[in-house]
Design a protein around this ligand. Structure first.
Ligand SMILES: [Zn+2]
Length: 267
C-alpha cells in the first residue's frame, strides 16, 4: 500500500478520535495542517514514494555503478553533452519533453544511436502539470511516447514526472499508461545554483554506488559540470550505466509480440 493511503487512513482515524472526545477546534486545525504539510511533502519529494512507486536508486550498493540522467531536453546543449559522453565513453539516460523532441528530432536519433536511454518527461512540461486531470497527463505521456517511437522505433516505458511532482491523478495516469517512474537520489540543483563549482561539489559529496543523478541538458553550466563529473567518476573507478542497465529493467516495450516485459523493480 502507498504511503498516501496510510496517511489518509490515519487522518480519518484521528479525525474520528477528535470527534468522539469532543476535542477543541484548535486540535482539528492542527491535524488538518499536519495532514496538508505531509501531503505537500509527499507530492514534492519523489524519493518518499508517497503517491506512486518510484525507483530512485539501484539496490546494488556494492558495485561502483551509477546512472546520469538529463531532464528537459533535447536542447541545443544536448549535442555538447553527447560529445562529452562519447569522449569519456559514458552512458546516460535522457528524459525528453515532447515539445522539445519536435524541435530537435535528430538529437533524439543520436541519443539512441549512441547507446543511451530515452525516457518520457511529458509533452508540455507545464507548470500546471500538478493540476492536470488523469486523462490529460496520460494523453501527454502517450503523445510523447509516440513522438519518440516515430523517430527511433522504440516505445519508452520509463517516465519522470515534470518537477518530480506526484499526486493521485499523476499516479493513476502512470498506471494507466504502464510507465515505470524513475526518480533520483542525487539532485544537482543545476537549474537553481549559479556556480558550476558548487553544483559539482554538491554532486560529488552525494555520489554512492547505485546513485541516480539528476541533471538538465539545457545549459552551458551543466556541460562544464558534466566534464568534471566524468573525470571524477573515472578517477574513482565508477562506471556510468543507462537506467536500463543500472536497474536491470526494460526501458522499452517489447513490440514484436505486443507484450510488456514487467520491470523487475524489486532488484
Ligand atoms: Zn523537468
Amino acid at each position: 500500500m502507498l504511503r498516501h493511503t496510510y496517511s489518509v487512513f490515519i487522518f480519518f482515524i484521528l479525525l474520528a478520535f477528535l470527534f468522539f472526545t469532543k476535542a477543541s477546534v484548535l486540535l482539528y486545525v492542527l491535524l488538518i495542517v499536519a495532514f496538508l504539510a505531509i501531503t505537500s511533502w509527499g507530492a514534492f519529494d519523489i524519493r518518499l514514494n508517497y503517491f506512486s512507486t518510484n525507483i530512485c536508486r539501484s539496490n546494488n550498493k556494492k558495485d561502483k555503478e551509477i546512472a546520469i540522467t538529463f531532464d528537459d531536453g533535447p536542447h541545443e546543449k544536448t549535442i555538447e553533452i553527447l560529445d562529452l559522453l562519447s569522449k569519456y565513453n559514458a552512458k546516460a539516460t535522457f528524459f525528453c519533453i515532447g515539445k522539445q523532441i519536435e524541435k530537435y528530432p535528430k538529437t533524439v536519433e543520436r541519443i539512441i544511436a549512441e547507446g543511451h536511454n530515452i525516457g518520457n518527461h511529458s509533452y508540455s512540461h507545464s507548470n500546471w502539470n500538478g493540476f492536470f486531470s488523469t486523462k490529460k497527463i496520460a494523453s501527454e505521456i502517450e503523445h510523447t511516447k509516440e513522438l519518440i517511437a516515430q523517430l527511433v522505433h522504440k516505445k519508452t516505458r520509463i517516465y519522470r514526472p515534470p518537477f518530480g511532482v506526484t499526486n493521485p491523478n499523476i499516479s493513476r495516469a502512470i498506471s494507466r499508461t504502464n510507465q515505470v517512474v524513475i526518480g533520483w537520489n542525487v539532485r544537482s540543483l543545476d537549474t537553481v545554483i549559479e556556480s558550476e563549482v558548487l553544483i559539482f561539489e554538491r554532486i560529488k559529496k552525494r555520489i554512492k554506488p547505485g546513485s541516480i543523478i539528476l541533471l538538465h541538458d539545457t545549459s552551458a553550466k551543466t556541460v562544464w559540470v558534466l566534464e568534471q563529473l566524468l573525470l571524477f567518476l573515472q578517477s574513482e573507478g565508477y562506471k556510468t550505466k543507462t537506467i536500463e542497465e543500472l536497474l536491470d529493467i526494460q526501458a522499452y516495450e517489447i513490440t514484436n509480440n505486443n507484450q510488456f516485459v514487467q520491470a523487475n523493480i524489486n532488484k
